[in-house]
Ligand binder design. Structure first.
Ligand code: NAD
Length: 497
């Protein structure tokens, strides 16, 4: 490993990042391959980063293991580690403009979307993990069959974190927050579409006080991800991405008996009840399906509406969706960004065609907006006449496509919501909040919203069924980076004297 003296001067604005950020230092990569980052909004080159290989992953894991074994981070008190997380959140806020500019360039989201969908929840997660750590019982005395036992919670070890591109800042905070609060070392492998911002974020964590070796970033694609999963010194894999990739990773972790947690896809249902107050709800309802251009695991893309109010609700949704106009990040009027890649846009358009072929009606058929040919844009599409067995109702499209499914009884709506391979999120839209809570308890998903949908950084987040294994956020998220150890005291011993 060749250490270089300084950070690249292109770290903030994009540009070519020649090196890898390993253990708090910039080092020359072993791999000679590069990841080219092209703006999905303009088609312009944003920059490039090393496409790390297995040797680069090994270098980062060695640094992480050395830091872990040295105790430089894990032997700090939970309160000291929590203070560093709070400081990192503060520094992220201070450097919001730099981070936002880079993320906007990489994935095309507007500054407003980066602020609400990434910066706010990302810093929220860091502060919430600090709070969860402060409230956590790190050590506990129990009295069992043989007398006294001390139960201690210890960091799981070296964490390999593999993330998706759709909300890169938020996802990286979801990994750094709990791993660092627990006392682990961590090697991040960000998505190949958005490699640049992870380096900047990692550097901000170093500035906040994370010691050398504890946080590393190996930019790269499949090879780097697989090498992280395979590495014998990685104790836990935390993955956010597609269910297809998650299944492969879980099966390898199973063979290796490596700990893992998975945050994967969704096909969430918004149940609109007959008593919904449409004027006050429709904007949020449509936003919940189209947020981040539908490129959100929690997007409420199946909207279940009572047949008695079907036409009125659809009309209001269509009028609202028309106001979600796509545009480049610098356009203040733009409400939606681009689709991340041409390949993904083809996939989205393929689903729209499939919906029509299977008999659904595109009452709003956004298509490719005029004047935005340099990027991969698709305007919102709303389908009616959808049945829950159609492809567009079953598969995650990851684009601005909403399927409206009519129902006759609330029981039927709950059954449709539950008739999915996924179980990540959901929502109910009603004037009767108690009824909303009752319905929330009957839908098999990890999170649920009443008259809106959001992720609460202090509460568990994750999936039922093929949406995930494990939870992030809150005490539950922290615990998934901990081992629980029981220390049996001598027979007859009492700490009370
Ligand atoms: P993806 O699965 O293609 O890639 C995700 C990451 O995994 C990337 O870093 C990729 O390089 C890596 N990877 C892929 N295959 C791998 C393998 N076999 N071994 C090791 N690493 C591998 O997903 P994507 O297209 O980047 O992201 C979109 C998906 O992510 C959607 O399904 C979305 O729902 C999901 N997602 C879920 C959440 C959540 O919290 N549940 C949040 C954001 C995105």
């Amino acid at each position: 490993m060749t250490e270089t003296a300084t950070a690249p001067d292109t770290l903030v604005g994009g540009g070519d990042q020649p090196n890898l950020y390993i253990g708090g230092k910039w080092v020359a990569p072993h791999s000679t391959k590069r990841l080219e980052v092209v703006s999905p909004a303009t088609g312009q080159k944003v920059g490039s980063a090393p496409d790390g290989d297995a040797t680069d992953v090994d270098t980062a894991v060695k640094a992480a293991k050395a830091a872990f074994d040295s105790g430089v981070w894990r032997s700090k008190s939970p309160a000291e580690r929590a203070a560093v997380l709070r400081k990192a959140a503060e520094l992220l806020n201070e450097r919001q403009a730099d981070v936002t500019a880079l993320i906007s360039a990489e994935m095309g989201a507007s500054a407003a979307d980066v602020a609400t969908l990434q910066m706010l929840p990302g810093t929220g997660v860091l502060n919430s993990y600090a709070d969860a750590s402060d409230a956590y019982q790190w050590e506990e005395k129990r009295t069992g069959l043989f007398g006294e036992t001390i139960v201690v919670r210890e960091p799981v070890g070296v964490v390999g974190a593999i993330t998706a591109w759709n909300v890169p800042l938020f996802l990286v905070c979801n990994k750094l927050g709990p791993a660092l609060a627990a006392g682990c070392s961590i090697v991040l492998k960000p998505a190949p579409e958005t490699p640049l911002d992870a380096n900047l974020i990692a550097e901000i964590f170093t500035d906040a006080g994370v010691p050398e070796g504890v946080v590393s970033v190996v930019t790269g694609g499949l090879e780097a991800g697989q090498a992280l999963v395979e590495h014998p010194d990685v104790d836990k894999i935390t993955f956010t991405g597609s269910t297809a990739a998650g299944k492969i990773i879980a099966s390898r972790c199973g063979e290796l008996l490596k700990r893992y947690s998975l945050e994967m896809g969704g096909k969430s249902a918004a149940i609109v009840l007959e008593d919904v107050d449409l004027p006050s709800s429709v904007h949020m309802l449509v936003f919940s399906g189209l947020l981040n251009n539908g490129q959100a695991c929690v997007a409420q893309t199946r909207v279940l509406v009572p047949r008695s109010r079907h036409d009125e609700i659809v009309e209001a949704m269509v009028e609202t969706a028309k106001t979600f106009t796509p545009g480049v990040p610098s356009d203040p009027e733009a409400k939606l960004g681009p689709i991340i890649t041409e390949k993904q846009r083809d996939k989205v358009e393929g689903y729209i065609k499939k919906g029509k072929d299977e008999g659904a009606t595109a009452v709003l058929d956004g298509g490719r907006p005029e004047g935005l040919d340099s990027g991969h844009f698709v305007a919102p599409t709303i389908f009616t006449g959808v049945t829950n067995d159609m492809t567009i109702a079953r598969e995650e499209i990851f684009g601005p496509v909403i399927s409206v499914i009519p129902y006759d009884t609330v029981e039927e709506a709950i059954a449709i919501a539950n008739d999915s391979d996924y179980g990540l999120a959901g929502s109910v839209w009603t004037s009767d909040i108690d009824k909303g809570v009752e319905i929330a308890k009957q839908v098999r998903t990890g999170t649920y919203g009443i008259n809106w949908y959001a992720i609460d950084p202090a509460s568990p987040f994750g999936g039922y069924k093929t949406s995930g294994i494990g939870r992030e956020n809150g005490r539950e998220g922290l615990e998934s980076y901990l081992e629980h150890k029981a220390i049996l005291m001598p027979m007859g011993y009492s700490s009370q004297g």
